[in-house]
Design a protein around this ligand. Structure first.
Ligand SMILES: Cc1cc2nc3c(=O)[nH]c(=O)nc-3n(C[C@H](O)[C@H](O)[C@H](O)COP(=O)(O)OP(=O)(O)OC[C@H]3O[C@@H](n4cnc5c(N)ncnc54)[C@H](O)[C@@H]3O)c2cc1C
Ligand code: SF4
Length: 328
């Protein structure tokens, strides 16, 4: 491992200034992703700015409804928070479907959002990877790509975003609050992660050195009837091969409103706007849910080894929405 320096600021402005002054510095939160990548030689920061002592570890209900989640709130605390469990069950379910209890005790909200892809070639420094080393090629494009993207990929990168939590947050219309050297900003979560295009090394729309300080959830009566369904190779402690976050508002059997997002299918958590449009205003049936998924997935371009993801996501969509439709 390359030698690095370590700082532990007590204030947001100090943390942002440290990153701004050092092009090769990185924020350290729970370390469950960054430290692994440092051991593999994939990330080689010269300075770690430990953000875990910043006062960003509370879940605050907001006066007009909704909730602000500090960037340092641990995944296990967030999943167990009574307001999240009651008002945003899709988020609790997505968090509990991820990793293991020990990892969730360490992992933070900010770190979870910015965790890197699990593409095996990205993690192997002997392989070509445009994301790790721009211009070297993409070993996954014609390699082992079973776990990789079917939507929104480019010839330069076919990686997926691995977070379960981010899929739920995209469905919930969450907003990211961040601080950069030039001041604070807000980014809808649907716009935080980029498609790879010809710059797969640019994963988000955050300016370099920006610190995520919080994630804000708007009030959403819809979200009380919400769920997360995840398919994976093992029943626990495994990343998704495909996942669906859904929230449904039915009135007299008709879809008044709906939110749908897909995970493990693209470089970003995938909000299924076309499927939502297909569902709104229609009497709910499982057949309608399947048709809505088909409309969304018409844009899918499976790779050599992952065509199974298209029917998988279709089936998860039907299962999630049918379960929600059956709830009182
Ligand atoms: C064995 C294993 C299994 C896993 N399974 C799953 C799974 O099934 N589903 C899932 O979703 N995840 C899974 N994970 C990933 C885990 O959820 C992430 O590693 C974790 O959420 C990252 O959070 P962290 O706080 O440890 O981030 P860190 O590792 O500390 O940081 C991750 C990245 O975020 C940056 N960062 C951290 N905080 C901030 C901030 N506030 N502002 C700006 N940048 C920041 C860091 O610089 C770094 O680039 C698994 C991980 C492991 C090791
Ligand atoms: S899919 Fe992306 S992360 Fe994986 S090898 Fe290709 S460029 Fe690298």
């Amino acid at each position: 491992m390359r030698p690095f320096r370590y700082r532990r600021p007590a204030e947001v402005a100090e943390a942002v200034a440290l990153l701004d002054a050092e092009p090769e510095a990185a924020y350290l939160a729970g370390g469950t992703n960054l430290v692994d990548l440092m051991k593999l030689g994939v990330q080689r920061p010269n300075l770690l700015v430990d953000v875990t002592r910043l006062p960003l570890d509370t879940v605050e209900p907001l006066p007009g409804g909704g909730v602000r989640i500090g960037a340092n709130v641990r995944n296990s605390d967030l999943a167990a928070h009574p307001v999240i469990r009651r008002d945003y069950p899709v988020l609790t379910r997505a968090l509990l479907a991820a990793a293991s209890g020990q990892l969730r005790n360490m992992a933070t909200t900010g770190g979870n959002l910015l965790q890197r892809t699990r593409c095996g070639y990205f993690q192997d420094t002997s392989k070509a990877c445009n994301k790790r080393e721009p211009g070297t090629g993409c070993a996954a494009r014609h390699g082992q790509n079973r776990d990789l993207a079917v939507l929104g990929w480019s010839e330069h990168c076919v990686a997926t975003h691995p977070s379960d939590m981010a899929v739920a947050l995209v469905a919930l219309d969450a907003v990211v609050e961040a601080h950069a050297a030039d001041g604070p900003r807000e980014i809808p979560l649907t716009h935080l992660h980029r498609e790879p295009g010809d710059r797969p090394e640019q994963e988000t729309t955050l300016p370099r050195g920006a610190l995520i300080t919080a994630v804000r959830l708007p009030p959403s009566p819809l979200a009380r009837r919400s769920a997360y369904h995840k398919a994976r190779d093992r029943a626990s402690f495994a990343f998704a091969t495909g996942s669906v976050a859904a929230a449904l508002d039915l009135s007299g059997g008709v879809v008044r409103d709906v939110r749908l997002a897909y995970g493990a299918v693209a470089h970003r958590p995938w909000r299924a706007y076309r499927a939502e449009e297909t569902l709104r205003g229609q009497p709910f049936t499982p057949e309608l849910a399947a048709r809505a998924a088909d409309v969304e997935l018409a844009a899918a371009r499976p790779l050599a080894h992952n065509a199974f993801k298209v029917p998988l996501i279709r089936n998860l969509t039907v299962r999630a929405l049918t379960e929600l439709a059956g709830q009182p």
